[in-house]
Write a protein that binds this ligand. Structure first.
Ligand code: KG4
Ligand code: ZN
Length: 403
């Protein structure tokens, strides 16, 4: 069975044709038009601009993926949560193709897609699979797209590991818009354990990145600089780590990162570090000179460590309580090496026999292939939607009963 997956919920127009081949998913073709270079000057994703960019990119990206391919058996499209301006573009394209090709349509929840990203593997160079990552301004200029053979991902986290999801599965979803702990009893069926009450972990990374003068998204930049720093240099708070009644209280599994962001802001203010001093493109500035303060790298390492500690401890405690058969981490922030390594180490200490599944870094970001995989499992349940009834739901929660 071949499924065309379409993702356009945020700042990537991403499409993939995925084949279910025995017990693996083979990516026949995939293409992503990234908008990062456009949004970075605004410090975050601007919904109106994102919508226009998706509208420009969607057909060229679909055409490139489908070039030389046979008609798929079904189309899976992200239908929420996300920015309405992007969702409608993907959905309208999917509806049109579903009608024209007379093939079924599946609405996929974006977070369910992130969970299923763990089942994807970069194809080896010998495979006819090709991948292209292009920017939408390249599309506009009509430049020839750069297509390259895929190299085998060397990420030890995913290499050679059986990535099959077994239930119940404990799912930690950490992205720019979400931080959630869910318990999944079947594909697409989730029970909410906890979620952030304010900022998501990725949002917190990005906003603090902005304070430091980094371009959007700041998460990967903070994490890169953190490698050179001392994570004990600044005692940032660990929000909601010791909630009353934890872990069984009503909000025991919730997260909150807005306070951590404010603590980072106040630390900079109290140390009289202006935006100018924070700009990493400038020479050393006054960091670590005027007050013999921690360096920028120390700041990043300490800030990152606070997020890691909260996420790791809560996930480990949930794992001990719920005794899942697999533990999954997905979403853009799951690319963070410190979180990946710390969580792997700690889970291995407490539940060494339970597989810990994380996506290859490439698939931790938004992509059409994960939507195709999540959609495949919905086809098993005949969970199709008529193209007439397919609508965007920007607030669709993975744990609602909409599938
Ligand atoms: O899942 P995603 O691609 O888009 C959403 O659905 O939000 O996640 C993007 C988020 C951004 O906030 C970005 O800063 C964060 O993932 N991110 C990271 C890292 N790589 C991406 N955060 C921390 N460390 C990283 N290495
Ligand atoms: Zn996402």
């Amino acid at each position: 069975m071949n499924i065309l997956g379409i993702e356009s919920s945020c700042d990537d127009t991403s499409v993939a044709l995925v084949k279910k081949n025995h017990d693996t998913f083979v990516i026949l073709a995939e293409k992503t038009a990234s908008q990062i270079t456009i949004h970075k000057k605004y410090g975050g994703v601007v919904p109106e601009i994102a919508g226009r960019e998706h509208a420009t990119a969607i057909m060229p990206v679909i055409e490139a993926v489908m070039e030389g391919q046979e008609k798929p058996d079904a189309i899976a499209v992200t239908s929420g949560p996300g920015l309405i301006t992007g969702l409608v573009i993907g959905i309208e394209a999917a509806k049109t193709l579903s009608y024209l090709w007379e093939i079924p349509l599946i609405r996929v929840n974006h977070m369910d897609g992130h969970v299923h990203s763990v089942e994807l593997k970069t194809q080896s160079g010998s495979c006819r699979t090709k991948v292209t990552r292009l920017r939408s301004h390249e599309l506009r200029r009509g430049e020839e797209t750069k297509t390259q053979n895929l190299k085998k991902e060397t990420d030890p986290a995913a290499a050679g590991q059986n990535q099959e999801i077994m239930f119940p599965a404990l799912c930690l979803l950490v992205s720019g818009g979400h931080t959630e702990l869910l318990l999944s009893t079947d594909h697409g069926i989730y029970q909410k354990l906890g979620a952030t009450r304010d900022d998501a972990a990725g949002e917190c990374f990005d906003k603090v990145g902005k304070l430091l003068g980094f371009d959007y998204p700041g998460g990967p930049k903070i994490s890169a600089l953190a490698k050179e720093g001392n994570s004990n240099a600044i005692p940032f708070p660990r929000p909601m780590l010791k909630e009353p009644n934890f872990p069984k209280g009503p909000h025991g599994w919730d997260f909150s990162f807005a306070g951590l962001k404010t603590a980072a802001l106040y630390w900079l203010r109290d140390h009289e570090l202006s935006a100018l001093d924070m700009n990493p493109d400038l020479p050393a500035g006054i960091w670590g000179v005027r007050h013999n303060d921690p360096t920028r790298a120390d700041f990043c390492a300490s800030f990152e460590q606070a997020i890691v500690d909260v996420i790791v401890e809560k996930t480990c405690r949930a794992a001990l309580l719920y005794q899942p058969k697999t533990i999954i981490m997905g979403g853009g922030v799951s690319a963070n090496e410190k979180i990946r390594e710390t969580l792997r180490t700690e889970l291995n200490k407490i539940l060494p026999d339970v597989p810990f599944l994380i996506p290859e870094k490439k698939y931790s970001m938004d992509n059409g292939a994960m939507i195709a995989v999540a959609g495949y499992y919905q086809t098993k349940k005949n969970n199709f939607t008529s193209w007439r009834d397919s609508i965007a739901d920007p607030n669709w929660e993975a744990y609602s009963e909409k599938y």
